[in-house]
Write a protein that binds this ligand. Sequence first.
Ligand code: ZN
Length: 130
Amino acid sequence: MNNEKIEFYKNILLSERGKVVKIIDGIDKRWSKTIRDSVGDISAYATHLADLGTDSNEREKETYMLEREVRNLKIIDQALKRVYDNTYGICNFCGKDISEDRLRAIPFTEFCIECKRNEERINNNNRKNY
Ligand SMILES: [Zn+2]
């Protein structure tokens, strides 16, 4: 892959990363604010945390979202690392080039479509075995 193309995908990855970081920051701020608003006094913090079970529905959703975004961030960072390592666009399993159609659809993918399909098949088989 030539530098121009690498640069193109790198920019996509960086802008995706920016979005993810923004979401994580947003949740982070909301959480601290909620805690501050409802507790006020930091000494009541521990007691409040113990009571969180009652209003945890929203928090649970956000925890789920936060976990997902943190996972996305890791995946994007791994892809960026591959950009800097000059291994971007190469399948991590079979070492062949990943098709550009696939990279355009999923810029942070580390497997070519064949390996990804095989992986899914393997996972499905595993699931059936349980
Ligand atoms: Zn492959």
